[in-house]
Design a protein around this ligand. Structure first.
Ligand SMILES: [Zn+2]
Length: 348
């Protein structure tokens, strides 16, 4: 049975609303919280909505609790009392052989987060010598809350601490020592020789694994943000937002993945807000990591591009406005172009 792309999207939306279902991370299955046949809760009933291959057809439903399967979307929608959703073109319906069902449990994404407390005595600040030295503006303090523990919590002395928000909740924090990497390394070399306590450049929260977090996630507005720029760290997010004046621009949002990798949970989070286009803005010294991320993202998003920073700067924080401007206007590559440009060893 042929079902057009539009009809499929419509069906997915209607089934989501009707059954309170959600798409899994791979967007291949709708997970229904309560089985329509046995009533079992916990997302045991799945409806396949991925590409038709290996005998899997759009709309086939299966419950992992009662084991019941329905391979015909038209019968399924009838069973849930929504015959209005039946697909008209039933003439070409061919019965399908599906002994082995899609593996739903394997596809499920762990995106559960716990709410995290900020370190004791943490208080937001609007002025800080270290952040000033990194170019922080009034807007940065307003849009990207940051604070210190004001000398009242020795574990965080000399750190600036950024809360990470998810749907308004604090789900983690990044705590950066205010010394330069070089100063910390020098201090630690000495401390090591004298068996003294070493300084950690970062002193981050531990409750939620960072592979499940995205910094600046709440700036992505569902159905308004279509493009997300992925960068490595918090300071890259803030620098890009400042330099491109994206503070109130919800169509393009910079978020960071805390490193050069993107996880299934992070992809799921971006998809669930309807993001279509991704620009990878990882440091271009890491072309292998970028290729891996690009291939992975390409499976899930309409457009994936790689921004190859031009000019002298080594990252977004470092780069000047015109280099960033040139990067986005003339140095965006598709994943294939990017691979080829590196094979050649030259930039187009
Ligand atoms: Zn069931």
């Amino acid at each position: 049975m042929y079902i057009s792309k539009e009809d499929k999207e419509y069906l997915i939306r209607e089934l989501q609303a009707e059954l309170h279902a959600r798409l899994d991370g791979g967007r291949k299955n709708l997970i229904v919280p309560e089985c329509i046949w046995c009533g079992k809760t916990g997302g045991k009933l799945g409806i396949y909505v991925g590409p038709e291959k290996n005998g899997k057809v759009f709309g086939m439903a299966h419950c992992f609790s009662c084991g019941r399967t329905c391979k015909d979307i038209n019968r399924f929608v009838e069973e849930i009392g929504r015959s209005d959703l039946q697909v008209k073109d039933t003439a070409k319906f061919t019965p399908v052989e599906v002994p082995e069902f899609f593996n739903l449990e394997e596809d499920e994404i762990d995106d559960e987060l716990v709410v995290v407390e900020m370190p004791e005595s943490w208080k937001r600040c609007f002025k800080n010598p270290y952040l000033k030295s990194r170019g922080f503006t009034t807007d940065d303090y307003a849009y990207f809350p940051v604070g210190t523990t004001r000398g009242l919590n020795f574990k965080f002395d000399d750190y600036v601490v950024f809360p990470i928000y998810d749907d308004g909740d604090i789900v983690g924090y990044v705590s950066r020592h205010v010394w330069s990497k070089q100063d910390i390394d020098e201090y630690n070399d000495k401390a090591k020789r004298n068996n003294k306590y070493q300084i950690r450049r970062y002193n981050n929260s531990i409750e939620n694994d960072f592979v499940k977090l995205l910094y600046n996630y709440d700036s992505i507005i569902e159905d308004e943000t279509d493009t997300v720029i992925l960068v490595e760290g918090i300071f890259d997010v803030i620098a890009l937002t400042r330099k491109l004046d994206l503070y109130d621009n919800h169509r393009i949002v910079a978020v960071c993945t805390f490193g050069k990798k993107i996880s299934d949970a992070q992809i799921y989070k971006l998809q669930s807000k309807g993001v279509h286009d991704i620009i990878i803005g990882y440091d271009t010294d890491a072309s292998d990591a970028i290729n891996v991320a690009a291939d992975k993202l390409n499976e899930y998003f309409d457009n994936v591009m790689i921004a190859k920073l031009v000019g002298e700067g080594k990252d977004w924080d470092d780069a000047n406005f015109w280099d960033i401007y040139d990067t986005f206007s003339e140095s965006l590559f598709t994943p294939i172009e990017y691979k080829l440009s590196n094979v050649d060893g030259k930039i187009r």
